[in-house]
Design a protein around this ligand. Structure first.
Ligand SMILES: C[S@@+](CC[C@H](N)C(=O)[O-])C[C@H]1O[C@@H](n2cnc3c(N)ncnc32)[C@H](O)[C@@H]1O
Length: 1013
């Protein structure tokens, strides 16, 4: 079987190994195919693991790429494509442990009996499960739960066999629920290695050996893999783990530090992990002793029990003066503190001092809970005064537009370096309103065993607590100058910026340490002091520093308080999103609550390859790599440089001290960002440099995550102008959280595979389009050929992307006589003006879309349809497959070159987008031009008529009289009606059932010549 045609390869010097399958030139696996659906499930599962991801514990970096995807990209580049694509796919899946055997090896959870029972045929149920009467006898009483029970007599082997059978009968997504990730097991089993070796002609038994062998074959040595935008280090870490010679660099010192930590702390194995843990413990214990001695987190002795409670959360809120009644009002959106413990704060008016005191009540009635939730003093960004009931926008209180401070021109006082709490006359005050205490004691239980008991108590601050607050303030101020000089606490100013403006504008905070209250500064400063003063090995010091950085992320004035059951008294971390949002009330974590952030254990892995990290602008890279895999900051709106300044404020000095030659600046102005012509120029320079730093047979994979597929074409053009040519593109769903939750867009990470453009052969525009068409057809055929009807690999959007990629493969492979790509890309354009390149791509994409013929539509018919008709029929096919994201329809419309497609939509609501049915169109859109005059529209109207009159007669009359050249169009109308009629079989389209039935009736009548034609 070889209908599979690879794109023309630049070099074919790869050797065919005697025992191996015949190679397809020097193409690699990822240039020909990629298991998109399975990779999406794996990537998504890894991202969903949150803190369970291998590198995320090291510290916050935004937009980390899943390790499984990095591994797949590297192996996909190293693995050769052969003339047997099915076997290539099998080998790839085995290497990734994503085949049946690999998945079963990864299976770590037992499928419950109930699930086994549900999935087995009746004969097997009788064989493996007890009957109801047997169960009743075996448990000695009548079964009441009705839960299926496995026979007790089953052997271990029988049980295992049963697990395997049922597991293998599940879909990929279902199986993953019972599996560890590929990185958690050693790799393929010996039987898999036999298959892999026989296909590739190798004699290896580990990923590392294979990587070395494939690298030698392709490049003559162990493959050198680099990432010049390494961020948190996923790509180089994974490369090193599977045995590549890895290099990671980034412009940002925090990114470089995290990558260094990925290599040396996580990748340093158990020894490094032990060193880091010992350091963290030593530091924590020292600070704990100091705090206990100071008595700043302990309550006074309880007279009854003789014990001292310890604080486990402090709750603070902002306070403002109501401009209407001049009362001082504490702010919080709700005064509920704990939803399950039913704890609320109550504001008690002090009429004399025109302010409120706090009472904290536990276990209150449901009515009191509702009242507390409703009595929030800040709603929809307005102060709701509990005294005079007046509502005043916070903006007005801040004086936005009436002063001279910040970009909001407000009346706030800019805080000075020494300010750690608001001054008396500041617009925003701050006060402590509740403390949650933990009482811990040990006593013998009923059996005489010693047990530890804990009880939590919420209380409003007492006078003693306020004295302790003052003590914290005094202790901090005694040390403030010295600690700033020594770098234990930040001293840097916050530079205004897109994200950094918010704390400045909303609170008047001008320095990074203003984001922390005195208690937080004293705590984190004490941790830094211990770490920086201790004599520790480099990995232990960096590990502890990163933990302290984590504490800063989880213990700041920007940490929102949670109240929901199970999360009461928990604070959220600052960077739960990509911003620096300020809140009206927030939580503070005392030492007791820092164990999960500071004493966090880093996973211990072994990396076998060489691993280097550098702090470097991608434009200045000077190392040569065979493979560059990069994930550039492409129009993703993450302000890496600004956000990282938060961490640089804490350990910028330390980084410079610990790593020779490293700087401590985020270099905002060199960071690649945005999507304007400056951005394009920067990107072209970066990728020109990378192309220079790679051999002629080198390969690049550029990953990027963006909502719209249109931008990837833009990126491809940038890469084109940098001297690269596209050889494939795949889209993997990697996002979790809001990105997927909103799900209204084409979400995912696009992987563009690129080669160096060697030949500077030029072509003329008109020749290009013919080649595009041929390549698109080849691409779609080869994808369809790889499709597995039982286990689908590609979704509609993958075909679309595949077709786009094929178009770009042709466009970017040669110079086009009439177009100067670099000039077009970097020249400043007027709003809405399209460049020649964009027009070229649009036309190529249109060719690509024209080949996306829906199943059941004949190609001749397809060719005769207008763009709107195609959009309607293709859209309906998407809908049949359960696709309801607006972005997908938008993308499709763009692909077909349709600007105004909204009239075709029944609804464009997020995640519910769908087309109008025939009955919904009814008489609408029946104009003489455009869609209204089209064959599809006439067919829809005839369906509507049939539904309306409950007979096909009126529909037939309509078609005969209104469709131009009816006799010659008749066959095409029947095909359209049959396509629409096929919707009746689809359970996910209930709104189509009636119309689809009518379409079937009409088509049948026409086939039976009831139109007398
Ligand atoms: C999308 S992130 C990479 C994320 C990374 N792949 C991961 O898994 O964590 C892009 C990175 O590009 C870096 N960057 C921005 N401009 C740069 C430049 N001029 N040179 C090198 N790196 C740059 C940013 O600091 C950021 O870390």
């Amino acid at each position: 079987m070889n209908t599979f045609v690879a794109h023309p390869s630049s070099q074919t010097h790869a050797q065919n190994h005697p025992a191996a399958a015949r190679l397809l030139g020097d193409s690699c696996f990822i240039e020909i195919q990629f298991p998109v659906s399975k990779m999406s499930v794996e990537s998504y599962t890894e991202r969903k693991a949150n803190m369970g991801q291998t590198l995320t514990t090291l510290g916050k970096w935004w937009g980390r790429k899943p390790l499984v995807l990095c591994r797949a990209a590297i192996l996909g580049v190293l693995l050769p494509a052969t003339e047997n694509p099915q076997r290539d796919r099998e080998v790839f899946l085995r290497l990734m442990t994503m085949d049946d055997d690999g998945l079963f090896r990864r299976k770590s959870a037992t499928i419950p009996a109930k699930e086994l029972f549900k999935r087995l045929p009746p004969t097997d149920r009788a064989r493996y499960f007890e009957t109801a009467s047997e169960s009743a006898t075996s448990v000695g009483k009548n079964r009441t739960d009705g839960a299926p029970k496995l026979r007790r007599s089953l052997t271990k082997e029988e049980k295992q066999d049963l697990q395997r059978r049922v597991f293998l009968s599940m879909s990929y997504d279902e199986r993953i629920e019972y599996c560890d990730r590929p990185e958690h097991i050693v790799g393929p089993a010996p039987e898999s290695w036999a298959v892999i070796n026989s296909h590739l002609g190798t004699t290896v038994s580990s990923l590392q050996e294979l990587v070395a062998e494939l690298g030698k074959r392709r490049f003559g040595h162990v493959p050198r893999v680099g990432d010049s935008f390494c961020g948190g280090g996923s790509i180089p870490f994974e490369a090193a783990r599977i045995g590549c010679d890895a290099y990671g660099s980034d412009l940002n010192p925090i990114a470089a530090l995290l990558t260094w930590a990925a290599f040396h702390i996580v990748g340093g194995g158990q020894e490094a992990a032990n060193r880091v843990q010992a350091a963290q413990r030593k530091v924590y214990d020292a600070v704990d002793r100091q705090f206990t001695e100071w008595g700043i987190e302990h309550r006074e002795l309880d007279q009854k029990t003789g014990r001292r409670w310890r604080a486990d959360v402090y709750m603070y809120c902002v306070e403002v003066v109501c401009p209407e009644c001049q009362w001082k009002v504490p702010l919080a959106p709700s005064w509920v503190i704990g939803e399950s413990t039913k704890v609320v704060a109550k504001l008690v008016p002090d009429h004399q001092r025109k302010q409120f005191d706090f009472e904290v009540h536990s276990n209150v009635s449901d009515e009191s809970m509702i009242a507390a939730a409703g009595s929030g003093t800040v709603k929809h960004a307005e102060l709701v005064c509990p005294n005079c009931r007046a509502r005043t926008p916070i903006k007005v209180i801040r004086g936005d537009g009436r002063g001279s401070f910040s970009d909001a021109k407000n009346l706030l006082r800019p805080w000075e370096n020494h300010d750690v709490v608001p001054r008396r006359n500041d617009v925003f005050g701050e006060r402590l309103y509740c403390i949650r205490w933990v009482d811990t004691w040990t006593q013998a239980d009923r059996n005489g065993n010693q047990r530890t008991y804990t009880e939590r108590h919420y209380a409003a601050p007492s006078n003693e607590d306020l004295v302790r607050e003052q003590k914290v303030f005094d202790l901090l101020m005694e040390r403030f100058n010295d600690w700033q000089n020594r770098g234990y606490i930040p001293s840097r100013k916050i530079e205004p910026g897109v994200k950094t403006n918010e704390p400045i504008r909303t609170r008047g905070w001008t320095h990074w340490h203003h984001l922390f209250n005195p208690r937080q500064l004293l705590t984190i400063g004490s941790l830094f002091r211990e770490i920086l003063e201790a004599n520790l090995e480099l990995d232990a010091k960096v590990g502890a520093l990163l933990s302290a950085g984590n504490v800063a992320d989880w213990n700041a004035r920007l940490c929102q308080l949670r109240t929901s059951p199970g999360n009461e008294g928990r604070t959220e971390h600052i960077f739960y999103n990509q911003a620096l949002n300020t809140f009206y009330n927030y939580g503070t974590r005392p030492l007791l609550r820092l164990t999960d952030t500071f004493l966090r254990e880093y996973p211990a892995e072994i990396i076998s390859g060489n691993a280097d990290v550098a702090l470097c602008d991608a434009r200045l890279i000077s190392v040569e790599r065979d493979i560059w895999i990069t994930d550039p900051p492409y129009a993703d709106a993450i302000e890496y440089a600004e956000l990282s300044e938060f961490f640089l404020a804490w350990y910028g000095n330390a980084i410079q001290h610990l790593f020779k030659g490293w700087y401590q600046d985020a270099k905002r102005f060199l960071a690649v960002k945005g999507d304007d012509s400056n951005f394009r120029t920067a990107m072209i320079s970066c990728y020109q440099r990378l192309a220079e730093c790679m051999p002629q047979n080198g390969i690049q994979v550029v990953m990027f995550t963006h909502q719209s597929a249109s931008v990837w074409a833009d990126l491809a053009t940038i890469l084109w102008s940098a001297g690269l040519k596209v050889s494939a593109a795949w889209c993997i769903a990697t996002e979790t959280g809001p990105a997927v939750g909103e799900g209204n867009y084409v979400q995912g990470t696009v992987l563009l595979v690129l080669r160096k453009r060697s030949n500077e052969e030029t072509v003329f525009l008109d020749e290009v389009y013919q080649d595009v068409e041929a390549e698109v057809r080849r691409q779609l055929d080869s994808m369809r050929e790889l499709e597995d009807s039982k286990d689908p690999n590609f979704a509609d959007t993958d075909y679309q992307l595949g077709a786009y990629a094929a178009a770009l493969r042709v466009l970017t492979s040669k110079k086009i006589e009439e177009i100067d790509v670099s000039y077009e890309l970097t020249r400043t354009r007027k709003k809405g003006e399209k460049s020649a390149v964009e027009e070229l791509i649009e036309r190529a994409v249109k060719i690509a879309c024209d080949h996306l013929v829906p199943k059941g539509i004949d190609t001749h018919l397809w060719k005769s349809l207008t763009a709107l008709e195609r959009l309607y029929l293709k859209g309906l096919e998407l809908e049949t497959h359960g696709e309801h994201r607006t972005g997908v329809y938008q993308e499709l419309a763009r692909g077909f070159g349709v600007e105004e497609y909204k009239p075709l939509l029944g609804t464009s609501k997020a995640n519910e987008t769908r087309l109008k049915t025939a009955s919904e169109f009814a008489r609408k859109e029946m104009n003489d031009a455009g869609f209204g005059a089209s064959l599809v529209r006439h067919a829809l109207f005839a369906i509507f008529k049939t539904v309306e009159s409950e007979t096909p007669r009126d529909g037939i009359t309509w078609l005969k009289t209104e469709v131009k050249d009816y006799a010659s169009s008749r066959q095409r109308v029947i095909e359209i009606l049959e396509f629409l009629a096929a919707r009746r079989q689809n359970a996910s389209l209930p709104h189509w059932h009636k119309d689809a039935e009518a379409a079937g009736l009409l088509a049948g009548a026409l086939r039976n010549r009831q139109d007398n034609v």
